[in-house]
Each structure stands twice: as structure tokens, then as C-alpha cells.
Write a protein that binds this ligand. Structure first.
Ligand SMILES: [Zn+2]
Length: 357
């Protein structure tokens, strides 16, 4: 007892030790589960052979492309040269808890009204023709210029100007830093470039993918203590029913992909029992849950530092609770299409095509 006080560590050391111990405990259970997943023939079969699972796997690395520091630095320079902070200052209340929310709103407004441009058909650079009906889509070309490859364009759309017969190319760039220069495109380009701008501000942002050909993002608001829907094409902040209710868009699967995990957020964007739910028939619902859990376990096991692991696990709990209150009416496979008729019961079971839950 005599020298106890002088040997006690400081409070922050105690706290960080607790965090490390906590995460080690969690990691142990993560690793045990991950080993089970690796031996599970059904999960491994789905991951290898189910086309929808392959698509999900391809989404996992989406956020990696925004972590390049040079790209973030370029993006930040653009924001600092913009009138965003000046406008924010004019609003006053610089110490208020919603400061970051208001910063994001200013960024959205500026981005939509002054920075990025929507392109259906590109205008003709030769004669300046901007009339959409005088520009005709001719064929979809492959990337062929150095610039196309550097900007990671998957396709190069080609058009012909009906006024001067000039061939106009519209490369669909995927590299976000390239889009800081071109500043134009459709929802993919809009979202891509906007996420990089958000990342450059040090904000927590994640990519949202919808099966029915739309993408947007979410940002974690410390003020609201939740992930907030953000659509840069629409200058939309926290309006998750925009598509389902506003557009009457019918949707099936919507996933949010952050740096370290993927979560099914469909219920947040489509109301319970809405007529705008497209029957989900790509994979059995229980199998989907299992596959997402397996992929997340694998992603969690790749996290090295304890602070990130704790933050990610807290976020996962938050997501779980959010989605629990937002579950869409689950559409069972047998409600949409009859179960597969051909093949033996065992074979169908193996393929997850038995039409059962
Ligand atoms: Zn022309």
C-alpha cells in the first residue's frame, strides 16, 4: 500500500488499456467465427458461385479509392479556394453543435450549383452545339487514350454531332481525382467526386449502392449521432425516402459500404410494406445475412489498430439498431417466383435454390 499512488498509471493510460483489452476480446471471438466461416461449405459455395454474392464482394473495395493522400489534398485545395467557408461564416454560430452538418449542406449546395455538371449527352467541342437532340449516340467505345486509362474510364461513350458531324467522346471516368478536373458526369461520377471531397475534410463517409442503378452516400453526423443520407446530384441532406416516395423508384437491394464493413440499409430507404419494394430474389434472405456477416468478419480481421476496431464495432451496433427499426417487409423467394423445379432436392439445397427460408 505504501507506494501504490506513485505507481498507478494515468487515467488515459488506464482508459486506452481498457479499450485494447476490449478489442482483443472481441478479436478472439471474431477469429473463432472467421475460422468457422472458412470451413462452412454453404457460405464458401455462395461466395464462389452466387452471382449476386460476387457482386457484393466487388463492392467491398469501393472506399479504398478515396484514401490516397495526394487526391485528398487536391480536393481540399479546391474546397479551400471555394466560397464555402465564407458562406458558413456568414451564417454565424461557428461554435454550434450542428457546424459540421451545415458545412456539409454548404458543400452540397455549392457542388450542385457551381462545381459539378450533369451530362446526358456531351456538347460538341468542335462547333459548340449544345442541343441534345442534335447529338446522337453512335457506339460505346473502349478506353484508348492514356488519359482514359489514367482516369480509370471503363467505357468511352461516343456521340456524333448532327451539325458538324464531329465525333464526340465522353469517357466515363471512375477515378475521383480525375473528376475533380472534368467536373461532369452522371450519378456515378457525381457521387464519386463528392465522396473524395467529403473525405478530404476528414468526414466519415460511406458509399451507398442500389441494385437499380443508382448510387449516393452517407455521412456520419456527430451532431445527430447517426449516418445521414447524402445525394450530391439532388443536393439532398437527410432525405432517405427521396427515391421510394419522391421518385416512386422501385428498389430491391441497397448496401452501404464503409472502409471496414458492408451493411444492408434497404429498410432505411424503402418504407415498410411500400409498393416500391422490388421482390428480393437474388439470394435467400437468411443466406444473405450469413454472407454479409462472413464478409464483415473477414474485413474486421484485417483491421490492425484497436481504436479503429472499436469505432467500427460501435458503428455496426448502431447500424444494427437502426435497421431493426426500419426493416422492410421481407419478400420471400417463394412469394415472387416458384422454387426451382429441375434438379434433385439435394442438388438444389447445395445451390441454395430450394426456395426455403
Ligand atoms: Zn458539332
Amino acid at each position: 500500500m505504501s507506494n501504490a499512488v506513485s505507481t498507478l498509471p494515468s487515467l488515459d493510460t488506464i482508459a486506452s488499456n481498457i479499450q485494447i483489452e476490449l478489442s482483443h476480446t472481441r478479436r478472439q471471438s471474431t477469429n473463432t467465427l472467421l475460422n468457422q466461416v472458412k470451413k462452412d461449405a454453404k457460405i464458401q459455395g455462395l461466395l464462389r458461385n452466387n452471382a449476386f454474392c460476387r457482386k457484393i464482394i466487388s463492392l467491398l473495395s469501393l472506399m479504398k479509392s478515396y484514401s490516397n493522400e495526394d487526391d485528398q489534398s487536391k480536393a481540399l485545395d479546391i474546397i479551400l479556394a471555394s466560397p464555402i467557408y465564407e458562406r458558413l461564416e456568414k451564417e454565424g454560430k461557428s461554435n454550434s453543435s450542428d457546424y459540421t452538418d451545415r458545412l456539409v449542406k454548404q458543400l452540397l449546395k455549392w457542388y450542385k450549383e457551381e462545381f459539378f455538371k450533369w451530362v446526358d449527352k456531351p456538347e460538341c467541342p468542335n462547333c459548340g452545339n449544345t442541343e441534345q437532340d442534335k447529338i446522337q449516340r453512335v457506339w460505346g467505345g473502349r478506353p484508348h487514350l492514356k488519359e482514359h486509362f489514367e482516369g480509370q474510364a471503363a467505357i468511352v461513350e461516343q456521340y456524333q454531332c448532327q451539325k458538324c458531324k464531329n465525333i464526340i467522346e465522353f469517357p466515363r471516368y471512375n477515378k475521383a481525382s480525375k473528376l475533380l478536373e472534368t467536373r461532369r458526369g452522371r450519378c456515378g461520377e457525381w457521387n464519386n467526386c463528392f465522396i473524395l471531397l467529403m473525405k478530404s475534410l476528414g468526414l466519415k463517409v460511406r458509399y451507398v449502392w442500389n441494385m437499380e442503378d443508382h448510387v449516393w452516400c452517407e455521412y456520419f453526423s456527430d451532431n445527430l449521432q447517426r449516418w445521414v443520407h447524402i445525394d450530391s446530384c439532388e443536393n439532398a441532406f437527410d432525405n432517405p425516402l427521396l427515391y421510394s416516395k419522391g421518385w416512386g423508384k422501385r428498389m430491391s437491394y441497397i448496401f452501404a459500404i464503409s472502409d471496414h464493413y458492408i451493411v444492408d440499409v434497404t429498410g432505411k430507404y424503402v418504407e415498410h410494406g411500400s409498393k416500391n419494394v422490388i421482390p428480393r430474389d437474388k439470394i435467400d434472405e437468411d443466406d444473405l445475412k450469413m454472407v454479409l456477416a462472413a464478409l464483415n468478419l473477414s474485413l474486421l480481421s484485417e483491421i490492425d489498430d484497436d481504436k479503429t476496431l472499436l469505432e467500427v464495432s460501435s458503428n455496426m451496433i448502431l447500424d444494427h439498431n437502426t435497421m431493426k427499426n426500419n426493416s422492410i417487409l421481407p419478400v420471400k423467394i417463394q412469394d415472387c417466383i416458384p422454387p426451382r423445379q429441375s434438379g434433385s432436392a439435394e442438388w438444389k439445397n447445395e445451390r441454395g435454390e430450394n426456395g426455403k427460408d
